[in-house]
Design a binder for this molecule. Structure first.
Ligand SMILES: [Zn+2]
Length: 314
């Protein structure tokens, strides 16, 4: 028994999930704990090490039994060295040599650290909606917007590691809502779960009537419900989201000429209400009569740990 198990870790702003996988990719064990928003890089990594050791002990595994550990985080990561510059939903985890820190404490174990959208893209490409394709773009439409690009069957990371940060491409430079990346007018500031409620609140404060309540934690679920009840502001907002998403996708299509987009993330629960409109808007810009496919992700809640574990065998 040697180097046959993989551990995939999906570390986000609300929880850290761990999956133990065998050689065939079967999920043998799964645990999770809430994310410690107060932890800095080393403290966060120590929590991960503790949980990994507990998981290994429970299955009587030694370091030699591990093919590697893959970790996905919502961060700007210099891929080659595994150095984290910024983490959008865990602001204390920044300027940290995470991979080196873990390697020092788990000598001999392969550690791969990558952005969460890249992990999700790999999971959908190998096990989900992208099986059998040559090229594909995965787009997470969620709290934020991010994508993972597969070219010739492999993740394309670019020079540093953050190729596919489509949500931070600028739709209206210097204008609009301030994004976590410190710029104004990013595509995600018009069409993602964290920012759409800000637009709704602004419209309501300007006097726009709506069945939605002007509450602190107004969410996209409230928006979807109001949309289904034909609320005028909700319809206006979904149309605006669809517009910016479609422009973002069209720009990606023009840049990469990849003709399959796979959508994941929480806002896919808007279904046709949003993505039907995105389709129409996209087609309005696309002047060439060749197919461009929009698909929804197939993997359910474990896509994060599956993608993280897949990184090990890249
Ligand atoms: Zn941004």
């Amino acid at each position: 028994m040697c180097k046959i198990y993989r551990i995939g870790i999906d570390a986000g702003g609300t929880k850290v999930a761990y999956g133990l996988f065998d050689k065939e990719g079967n999920l043998l064990d799964r645990v999770q704990h809430p994310s410690d928003l107060e932890a800095d890089g080393p403290a966060f990594a120590d929590q991960i090490l503790d949980t990994v050791h507990t998981m290994m002990d429970r299955h009587s595994l030694k370091k030699e039994d591990l093919a590697g550990i893959g970790i996905c985080m919502p961060s700007y990561i210099l891929f080659d060295t595994g150095y984290i510059y910024l983490t959008s939903s865990l602001p204390k985890i920044r300027d940290f040599a995470m991979k080196a820190y873990l390697e020092e404490r788990l000598p001999g174990v392969k550690i791969v650290l990558d952005n969460d959208s890249n992990g999700a893209a790999l999971a959908e490409y190998r096990k989900g909606a992208g099986r059998g394709l040559c090229h594909m773009v995965y787009v997470a439409v969620s709290t934020g917007i991010g994508s993972g690009i597969i070219i010739d069957g492999k993740l394309f990371r670019g020079s540093y590691g953050w190729a596919g940060e489509s949500g931070h491409m600028l739709a209206t430079p210097d204008e609009g809502v301030l994004c976590g990346c410190r710029n104004r007018g990013c595509f995600m500031s018009y069409a993602s779960g964290r920012y759409v409620p800000k637009h709704l609140k602004m419209r309501m404060l300007q006097g726009k009537e709506s069945s939605m309540q002007l509450i602190e934690n107004l969410s996209c679920e409230d928006l979807l419900q109001a949309y289904q009840e034909n609320d005028e502001l909700a319809i206006e907002m979904v149309e605006s989201m669809a517009h910016y998403l479609a422009v973002c996708l069209y720009n990606c299509y023009m840049l990469l000429n990849i003709n399959v987009f796979v959508f994941g993330g929480g806002l896919t629960n808007f279904g046709e209400a949003l993505f039907g409109r995105v389709r129409k808007e996209f087609d309005k810009y696309d002047q060439i009569p060749l197919p461009v496919e929009f698909r929804f992700a197939e993997l359910k809640k474990d896509f994060g740990i599956i993608g993280a574990a897949e990184l090990v065998i890249e």
